[in-house]
Design a protein around this ligand. Structure first.
Ligand code: OAD
Length: 245
């Protein structure tokens, strides 16, 4: 990618505090389907809202468990792509670098990013649906999923944030603080539709940050961005890291 705006690279050279919001698009090149195109094959007849709610789990815990088990396996097999790796590299360039992700796949951490706030939880963790107590060890085998928490006896569910549930408070607070302090704020691979995550780049812009969107297509946020870079994060981000060298 040769056509990065010069003003953006200059802003990044001067920046001390950089913050980033990522969505499913950053993991698309790791072959994890994005949320809003994910309903293919086996799951073609469901919408995310039908599977990712406490009500859906109460109605049909086996179906919801199986859907997450399928995605858990997909995430475990996936590898970080050049976009994740470039963000891990960028973390070393700035005095403060805060990465907030809506993804539950753990690929930022596996790429080497250290300061990561997972706003929507992690698919690798499971917890008791009644008490919220996390499961320490391996997920127990069982004939009729979902398995039960060995200590509480409650049904296990993924430790992800479902529609209608509260976001992890500390992760949201730190992310909001990083947004208002940022000199440059990136919003990468997200359709910018799900709040409060989608509000973070808006807050950053209001507080004076240079706001950069990276997405192959326009989003509701495009009009508000200082720079909107049309491309895949796995290509644009390595080009930014290269330009900063
Ligand atoms: P979406 O599936 O809504 O959006 C993915 C975005 O990534 C789209 O705008 C794509 O154009 C873009 N995209 C696709 N390929 C890309 C690439 N190679 N590089 C950069 N961008 C690319 O996913 P999210 O915005 O993450 O919430 O969805 C937000 C939340 O809605 C999810 O965390 C989930 C979902 O419902 C909960 O489960 C609470």
């Amino acid at each position: 990618m040769n056509d990065l705006p010069k003003e953006l690279i200059e802003a990044l050279r001067k920046a001390k505090k950089v913050a980033v919001l990522t969505g499913a698009g950053i993991s698309a090149e790791s072959k994890i389907p994005t949320f809003r195109d994910a309903m293919t094959g086996l799951w073609a007849s469901f919408s995310p809202e039908e599977l990712a709610t406490p009500e859906a789990f109460a109605r049909n815990p086996k179906m919801v468990w199986d859907w997450y088990a399928f995605r858990r396996e997909m995430c475990a097999k996936a590898l970080p792509n050049p976009g994740h790796l470039a963000l891990a590299e960028m973390e070393k360039h700035f005095e403060q670098f805060t990465l907030t992700t809506q993804n539950v796949d753990g690929l930022h951490q596996r790429a080497g990013s250290r300061r990561v706030f997972e706003l929507h939880g992690s698919i690798a963790r499971v917890k008791c649906a009644d008490t919220g107590r996390l499961l320490g060890g391996e997920i127990p085998e069982c004939d009729e999923p979902p398995p039960l928490h060995p200590e509480t006896g409650g049904m296990l569910r993924p430790d992800v944030v479902w529609f209608g549930e509260a976001l992890p408070e500390q992760a949201l607070l730190e992310s909001a603080q990083a947004a208002i302090e940022a000199d440059v704020y990136f919003t990468i691979g997200t359709s910018a539709l799900v709040y409060p995550a989608a509000g973070l780049p808006i807050e950053a812009g209001r507080a004076g940050a240079v706001v950069v969107e990276i997405n192959p297509i326009e989003t509701p946020f495009t009009q508000l961005a200082t720079f909107s870079l049309r491309g895949k994060s796995g290509e644009v981000l390595p080009a930014i890291v290269e330009a900063l060298r």
